[in-house]
Design a protein around this ligand. Structure first.
Ligand SMILES: [Zn+2]
Length: 415
C-alpha cells in the first residue's frame, strides 16, 4: 500500500535519523551542541537543491527558507520542525530500520534482543497493518521526534517547488535547534520567520491538532552547606546533601508528581540532584495548564525551601524559578482561525481531528506567546524519546497531504 510520497519520506527520514543531532541542556552555545549544525547544513543544502529561496542558517542555528507563493496577497504561512533529538536517551549511532508491510505482530530489534515493540506496548501500532514501520535498532532512540516533521516538510517543499502551479501563498520553513531543551525559539525567530501564523510538525498520532500546552517553569534550588574535615566536623559541618533530602521529603509525595498525574493535572518534577556535602543543586520542572496552578507549585517549592533553611541558619538555600513557556491557548482562543484551518485540512483528507492538551510544550508555545499563532500538527511519531520509538511511513504521507491542503486553504485567508 505505497502512496505517492512514501519512498521520498522513508529515504529522507532514514538519512536524517542517522545524523546525531542531540541537544544538551548544559551547552551554553546556540545551538547547544555543534552536531546540530551537521543536520542544519545537510538540510540547507537539500533546500537549495530543490530550489527553495532565501536558504539561510541563522547564527542561532535555525535553517530558514522560502517557498515562493503562487497566490498574491495571501498571508505568509510558517511551517516548523525541530532538528534536535531528546537528551533523554542515547541518540548516537542511530541505525534506522524499516519493517515493510507490518503484519500486526511483534517487531524485534537486532541490537537489543530482549526489546519488543508490539500493539500491547504501543496501541496505535495495532492500527498500522500493512504500513511500513521505521524504528531504530534497539540501543538508541529513532529521532522521528522530530525528523519525521522535517521529512514531511522537506517532502512537501520539494512537491510544491516541483509543481509551481499549485495554489498557495508564500511559505516560510524553519528547522529549529534545541526544542527538546526548551530553547528552540530565539527571540529573533518571529521576525526572521515573518509568518502571519504557523504550525509545528511535532505531534504524534494521525489527526492530532494541538492548540493547548502546559505552562512551564524551571526551578533550581541551590543548597550551600559548610564544608569541614569529617573527622573534626563536630559543630562545624553543614551537609548540603542532607538538607537536599529534607527538601525532597517536604515536597508532595502522593500527588503532583508526573508518575501520578494525567489529563489536566500539573506537577512538580525533581529530575536531577547534583553536588556534594558542600553544595547541592536540585533541578525541577513545574507544569500546569493554568498560570495560577503553576504559581502555586512555585510557591510550594519556595515554602519547602524556606522551611529547610529555617532548620539550619548556617546553610544557604536559594530558589530560582524561570519561565519556560506558556499555554498557547491563552492567545489562540482570541483567534481560532489557524486551528479551524488545520481542522478543515485534516477533515478534507478524511481524517478526524483529535485535539487534546499537550502535557508538554512545543516551539509553538513560545512562538504563539511572541505573536505568531502556532498550533501543532501530527507527524505519526510514537513512543518518542526511547528505544521503542517508531513511525509509519504512510502516516507521514498523510501528514504531507494535510500540509498541502493547509497551504492551499491558508492562501484563501485575507492577509
Ligand atoms: Zn518534538
Amino acid at each position: 500500500m505505497r502512496t505517492e510520497f512514501d519512498t521520498e519520506l522513508e529515504t529522507r527520514l532514514l538519512r536524517y535519523a542517522a545524523v546525531d543531532s542531540q541537544s544538551d541542556e548544559r551547552g551554553n552555545t546556540s545551538p547547544s551542541t555543534a552536531i546540530q549544525l551537521d543536520l542544519a547544513r545537510m538540510l540547507a543544502g537539500e533546500l537549495a537543491d530543490i530550489g527553495a529561496a532565501d536558504v539561510q542558517i541563522t547564527d542561532y542555528g535555525a535553517v530558514l527558507a522560502t517557498i515562493p507563493g503562487s497566490v498574491p496577497d495571501a498571508p505568509v504561512l510558517g511551517l516548523l520542525a525541530h532538528m534536535d533529538t531528546a537528551p533523554a536517551f542515547n541518540a548516537t549511532g542511530v541505525k534506522p530500520r524499516v519493517t515493510r508491510g507490518y503484519n500486526g505482530g511483534a517487531i524485534s530489534f537486532p541490537d537489543a534482543p530482549a526489546l519488543v515493540l508490539s500493539p500491547e506496548v504501543s496501541p496505535h501500532l495495532g492500527e498500522k497493518l500493512g504500513h511500513d514501520i521505521i524504528t531504530a535498532s534497539g540501543t538508541t532512540l529513532l529521532g522521528a521526534d522530530d525528523k519525521a516533521g522535517i521529512a514531511i516538510l522537506m517532502t512537501m517543499a520539494r512537491h510544491l517547488l516541483a509543481n509551481p502551479g499549485l495554489p498557495h501563498g508564500t511559505i516560510r520553513l524553519a528547522f529549529t535547534p534545541d526544542e527538546e531543551i526548551g530553547r528552540g525559539v530565539d527571540k529573533r525567530l518571529p521576525a526572521d520567520l515573518g509568518a502571519a501564523f504557523a504550525y509545528t510538525l511535532d505531534g504524534g498520532a494521525v489527526g492530532e491538532l494541538e492548540f493547548e500546552t502546559f505552562s512551564a517553569d524551571g526551578a533550581v534550588v541551590t543548597i550551600t552547606g559548610v564544608s569541614a574535615h569529617p573527622g573534626y566536623a563536630r559543630g562545624k559541618m553543614v551537609n548540603a546533601l542532607h538538607l537536599a533530602a529534607k527538601l525532597v521529603a517536604l515536597l508532595p509525595q502522593h500527588t503532583m508528581l508526573p508518575e501520578l498525574t494525567a489529563g489536566r493535572d500539573g506537577f512538580i518534577h525533581l529530575y536531577e540532584i547534583s553536588g556534594g556535602a558542600a553544595q547541592a543543586e536540585l533541578r525541577f520542572i513545574l507544569r500546569d495548564f493554568e498560570l495560577d496552578g503553576l504559581a502555586a507549585k512555585g510557591a510550594l517549592l519556595r515554602q519547602a525551601a524556606e522551611a529547610v533553611a529555617a532548620t539550619e541558619p548556617r546553610a544557604g538555600v536559594a530558589v530560582t524559578i524561570r519561565p519556560q513557556y506558556r499555554n498557547m491557548r491563552y492567545w489562540l482562543e482570541n483567534d481560532m482561525t489557524p486551528v479551524r484551518l488545520a481542522e478543515a485540512a485534516i477533515r478534507a483528507e478524511g481524517i478526524t481531528p483529535v485535539s487534546v492538551p499537550i502535557r508538554g510544550g512545543t516551539d509553538g508555545s513560545r512562538l504563539t506567546e511572541m505573536g505568531v499563532p502556532c498550533p501543532n500538527l501530527f507527524t505519526g511519531m510514537q513512543e518518542i524519546h526511547g528505544p521503542l520509538e517508531w513511525v509509519s511511513v504512510q502516516d507521514m504521507a498523510a501528514s504531507v497531504r494535510v500540509c498541502l491542503r493547509l497551504a492551499g486553504m491558508a492562501a484563501g485567508q485575507a492577509a
